[in-house]
Write a protein that binds this ligand. Structure first.
Ligand code: MN
Length: 152
């Protein structure tokens, strides 16, 4: 009996996998972000979740957003920071990060290293909300968060 297609997809150098496409993080222009790629490792029919691998190049960042669904994150490579609510958290390989519902969050590869992480989400999930002017004013009231958001 053969293993069948897709049972084993071998790791390749550089955090790539056989039969896994390297995709854009989001559609260009749909939301602010910089230098982020996405690979969907597991998902589809029969699974309640999707496991994605995101990679952010040095000085890049994910979208500042919030939504009802949660994220379960495992850092795989590099150091950086993540804003979660009103906290700026330093992250490093093998750290586990839980992003709660309706909590503003953004990853930044701001330590001069490529930041790569696994992110588990529900397959059926709500669309992220972007911050409005009032949200940004509220976040920026904390000087540390303002500095984080303004990093190149
Ligand atoms: Mn998110």
């Amino acid at each position: 009996m053969s293993g069948g297609d897709g049972v084993l997809r071998k790791a390749r150098p550089g955090f790539r996998w056989s039969d896994v496409d390297l995709l854009a993080y989001k559609d260009e222009g749909s939301a602010p972000f910089k230098s982020v790629s996405r690979q969907t490792l597991f998902g589809g029919e029969g699974l309640e979740g999707e496991l994605r691998y995101f990679e952010i190049e040095p000085s890049g960042h994910s979208t500042l957003e919030r939504h009802e669904h949660r994220h379960a994150v495992v850092i795989l490579r590099g150091r950086g920071q993540c804003l979660v609510g009103d906290e700026i958290l330093a992250v490093a390989p093998h750290d586990l990060l839980a992003i709660p519902s309706w909590t503003w969050h953004q990853f930044r590869a701001n330590a001069g290293e490529t930041l790569g992480f696994l992110c588990l989400v529900n397959r059926n999930r709500d669309k992220p909300q972007l911050p409005g002017e009032a949200d940004l004013t509220s976040l920026r009231a904390d000087p540390a968060i303002a500095a984080f958001l303004d990093e190149a």
